[in-house]
Design a protein around this ligand. Structure first.
Ligand SMILES: Cc1ncc(C[n+]2csc(CCOP(=O)(O)OP(=O)(O)O)c2C)c(N)n1
Ligand SMILES: [Mg+2]
Length: 322
């Protein structure tokens, strides 16, 4: 099925916003402007963009330590995101949370999460709440291949399955948990096979094909909204950068340059841009104009963050658990 022109342009814009935002972060981080850790999503943009395009604003997502892409795709604003990364008072968490704590309840973002596998039970809770309240909202949780080995994964799939909750479990299988390749951390190749144990559909998708991700997500969302229960969608993808920005040489200590290059050649954004040109959705010129507009928004977000204040010393213990 061919997507409408508007849908294609929206998917491209979301992916490119994530990419350009994160490339800027990588640069700013190297210059020492951003404190704490940042885990970049570059290379995996089609997953967040494709899944969130199948959601409504009042649907929920839970995110991960690698969360910028998810929250941008679900509608977070760039200015308070960038300010949060800078540790400024105008940030989403008043500068006290940083990259791994971005949340925006107004658009259903229940939070990035520094706990691997921590988002799954939260999404189950959100789905259960929607069911009890009698709404047709759904909850998506993003998590990695490594996190699919945590107890929370199994407990969450079990609970969602037995109560037929409107939850979509989206595994971003980027083949590594930190420096450990998938073959060394689990005995299966497809995380999706684990759905069988919980009697729910488990599907494998090319996570670098935004159209395929969108269509798989749309099907799972439809099923969840109709009260038919959860789905496990596994998206095969790859992170281009190291585990976090302090992981040198894009993680080439524990994976080969050749492997990284193979995946860079499968860039989800370039691939989709080529398709849009060949199916006459957009000209190369139109794509350049979109890119310029996104760059302008990122410039503005950096300026906003740089001119914002740090929280005052006296506010140190406000809004935090002590
Ligand atoms: C409960 C818990 N255990 C360990 C860690 C340390 N840790 C941070 S990220 C990570 C690997 C996560 O791998 P995966 O789920 O595949 O996500 P990816 O980083 O590949 O996106 C680990 C073990 C953690 N944050 N939380
Ligand atoms: Mg992983």
């Amino acid at each position: 099925m061919k997507l409408s022109k508007d849908k294609q342009l929206a998917l491209y814009t979301t992916m490119k916003t994530i990419r350009l935002f994160e490339e800027r972060i990588s640069d700013l981080y190297a210059r020492g402007q951003i404190p704490g850790l940042v885990h970049l999503y570059i290379g995996e943009e089609a997953v967040a963009a494709g899944v969130c395009a199948a959601l409504r604003e009042d649907d929920y997502i839970t995110s991960t330590h690698r969360g910028h892409g998810h929250v941008i795709a679900k509608g977070a604003e760039l200015n308070p995101m960038m300010a949060e990364l800078y540790g400024k008072k105008t940030g989403y968490c008043k500068g006290k949370g940083g990259s791994m704590h971005i949340a925006d309840m107004t658009v259903g973002i229940l939070g990035a999460n520094g706990i691997a596998g921590g988002g799954l039970p939260i999404a189950v809770g959100a789905g259960w709440s929607a069911k009890w309240r009698g709404t047709d909202q759904v909850a998506v949780c993003f998590f990695g291949d490594g996190s699919s080995n945590n107890g929370t994964f199994h407990e969450s799939l079990n609970l969602a399955s037995v109560h037929r909750l409107p939850v979509i479990f989206v595994c971003e299988n980027n083949l590594y948990g930190i420096s450990v390749c998938q073959a060394k951390h689990q005995a299966i190749t497809d995380v999706a096979v684990r759905a069988t144990a919980y009697d729910m559909p488990g599907v494998v998708v090319d996570g670098n094909d935004v159209t395929a991700v969108f269509q798989a997500a749309e099907k799972a969302v439809k099923r969840a909204r109709a009260g038919e229960g959860p789905t496990l969608v596994e998206c095969k993808t790859y992170r281009w950068r190291g585990h976090h920005e302090g992981d040198p040489n894009q993680g080439a200590r524990y994976r080969t340059r050749e492997e990284i290059d193979v995946w860079k050649n499968k860039c989800p954004i370039e691939r989709f841009a080529r398709q849009m040109v060949s199916n006459r959705t957009a000209t190369a010129k139109k794509i350049e104009a979109i890119d310029r507009e996104i760059t302008g928004r990122i410039d503005a977000a950096v300026a906003y963050a740089e001119t914002s204040e740090f929280p005052a010393y006296e506010e140190m213990f406000e809004d935090v658990y002590v």
